[in-house]
Design a protein around this ligand. Structure first.
Ligand SMILES: [Ca+2]
Ligand SMILES: [Ca+2]
Length: 582
């Protein structure tokens, strides 16, 4: 650390003597003014002047302000009459570094920018097609220099002055946002935190922090965390992690955040694991392109001292950065919980079962079997569309009995999952199977089977809404099998509801046919949608078969054929779920 201190002193000396610009602010710091949210006043003739939404990953808040003119009708002599004034509202007095985040391409113009009359220079937003990062251009954060503002209303005006000689004549301008960063390191005044908030961070000098541990691969970074005095670390190796373990956490619900350092990246390569209430939830955070607090959702923490948040690199690629995290006390989010009991109409079983009293989660009877071929199924509509943690009630053992290992095969509109469980452990309580996704009004089924010798019990499944990500779906392709397969929901599909099947080891774009099982006539055709799109994604092994539009007048049996593979026969009918389970 001594060497670092000396370097810091040299840097300060260099800045004081003018060797380096003093505007060495942390990337992404300051206040963002989203272009699409500002009041904009235009003069002149524009074909387009308004806010647009976009799917561009690099765009902040998914929208921008778009200006575009056309030569036709525009007086070349009077080009300066065309302008747009962006009102930022009240801005505190101070000296700011001003940035404009724009989407540049060959259709753009050259503009002179000013703020309350102070010149900020000209900006040529032309970009040659061969330099585009995205399909229609590139997002660029232009540094407009410093501005001293005396406080009050601030308006940034962009006045058209012409176009690059290679530009197309549309004189366009796309403002994603303006960013104002106060000079002198006084970046963001720290927000006052609630007493219930636990904020954990690296010290910028020592790169250590109370309750923070990490694997060996991380390197100290020069970028700041949520405030200028908070440090960060970076690493690009899969499996490396940083763990935050808060001391003395009070029991309750907390929303968990991490400070997301974008550093020009548009993909998220880390997975968050939250250990709370004796279990672990994983969340795959969305990528964020501007530095910001990113919520991982609300979780219940029991206050046992075992709580932690671990950020682990799970995708190879360029560096990921970790700075500070926050646990913010919050209200009980009221997540939906339902219990599907074996006494309910949604339960069915095959093989030999007997009733056993009072071992159930609510003191009711449970089903017991010694039949290795027995199966039990709980199937109904999920309480809503979302992700759900699935829990199995594991009845307490009878004396000296060995439990058979169990497999749970879960199927929903959104995928198939398989979970294994050794019921000789954690008896007399709920045991978590995993996290799945399901869609309102379409079947969710959980089928339990025995995968070894012993007894098995079927009582209840608890379904708890969560903001954790679903576990990886099961496809027959896993484990080296590369045969094409079409996996349908064997409970069938309801008329008037969405209908999807999984295509394993079948590429996107492959044609499929839905065949009437009785007449062998083709009832519906389509192509497989790639499940994991994106260029260069060589890991695409499966897709989605969507046949929602197939709506027979009466209950009809079908199968799907695709890439030489046939699915099982299934039915499309009216209220099929309730007919088959009640
Ligand atoms: Ca924006
Ligand atoms: Ca029961």
């Amino acid at each position: 650390m001594k060497r670092r201190t000396i370097i810091s002193l040299l840097l300060v000396l260099a800045m004081l003597t003018g060797l380096f610009p003093t505007a060495a602010l942390a990337a992404g710091s300051g206040t963002i003014y989203e272009g699409e949210s500002l009041t904009v006043t235009t003069t002149g003739t524009w074909d387009i002047a308004g806010s647009r939404t976009t799917g561009d990953a690099e765009c902040s808040a998914g929208a921008f302000y778009f200006l575009q003119a056309s030569n036709y009708g525009m007086d070349p002599e009077g080009i300066e009459n065309n302008s747009a004034a962006f009102s930022l509202g009240d801005v505190a007095a101070g000296t700011y570094q001003v940035y404009a985040h724009t989407k540049d391409n060959a259709d753009r113009g050259i503009y002179r920018l000013s703020a309350n009359g102070t010149d900020l220079g000209t900006l040529d937003m032309y970009q040659a097609k061969e330099d585009y990062v995205g399909e229609y251009g590139s997002y660029v954060e232009h540094d407009l220099g410093t501005l001293t503002h005396e406080g009050g209303e601030l308006t940034i005006t962009a006045a058209l002055t012409g176009q690059n000689e290679n530009a197309t004549g549309k004189y366009g301008m796309v403002v994603d946002y303006f960013r104002l960063a106060k000079e002198g390191g006084e970046v963001d005044p720290p927000e006052p935190e609630d007493p219930g908030t636990i904020h954990m961070s690296f010290d910028k000098e020592s790169f250590t922090g109370e309750g923070i541990t990490m694997s060996d691969g991380w390197v100290e970074s020069g970028l700041s965390g949520s405030t200028a005095d908070i440090g960060s670390v970076y690493c690009g190796t899969v499996g490396e992690y940083v763990r935050f373990q808060p001391a003395e956490m009070e029991a309750g619900w907390y929303e968990v955040f991490f400070w997301n350092i974008a550093n020009g990246q548009s993909t998220m390569k880390m997975t968050a694991s939250i250990t709370a209430n004796g279990g672990e939830e994983t969340v795959k955070p969305a990528a964020v392109t501007a530095d910001s607090w990113t919520s991982l959702g609300a979780f219940y923490f029991a206050g046992t001292g075992d709580e932690s948040l671990t950020l682990t690199i799970t995708t190879p690629g360029s560096h990921s950065r970790v700075a500070d995290v926050k646990f913010v006390k919050t209200e009980d989010p009221g997540y939906e919980t339902v219990i599907w009991n074996n006494e309910d109409g949604l339960f069915s079983a095959s093989g030999t079962w007997t009733d056993t009293d009072a071992l159930g989660q609510d003191g009711t009877a449970v089903k017991r079997t010694e039949d290795a071929a027995a199966m039990a199924t709980w199937a109904d509509y999920p309480p809503k569309t979302g992700n759900f943690g699935l829990y199995y009630w594991n009845p307490a053992a009878q004396d000296g009995e060995t439990r058979a290992p169990l497999r749970f095969s879960v199927s929903s509109q959104d995928g198939n999952w398989r979970f294994s469980l050794d019921p000789n452990e954690n008896q007399g309580g709920w045991v978590k199977l995993g996290t799945v996704a399901a869609t309102d009004g379409t079947a969710l089924s959980i089928t339990m089977s025995l995968t070894g010798d012993g007894t098995a019990y079927a009582d209840a499944i608890k379904i708890v809404e969560t903001n954790a990500s679903p576990d990886d779906v099961y496809t027959p392709g896993a484990g080296g099998n590369t045969d094409p397969a079409v996996i349908v929901n064997q409970l069938g599909y309801d008329i008037g509801r969405s209908k999807r099947a999984t295509a394993a080891n079948i590429a996107g774009g492959t044609p499929f046919q839905v065949i009437n099982a009785e007449t062998k006539e083709v009832a519906y055709t389509g192509t497989v949608e790639a499940a994991y799109g994106g260029e260069g994604d060589s890991a695409v092994t499966g897709g989605i078969i969507d046949f929602t539009d197939l709506e027979p007048d009466e209950t009809t049996s079908y199968y799907i054929t695709c890439a030489g593979a046939d699915s099982y026969v299934f039915e499309i009918g009216k209220n099929l779920m309730y007919q088959s389970t009640v």
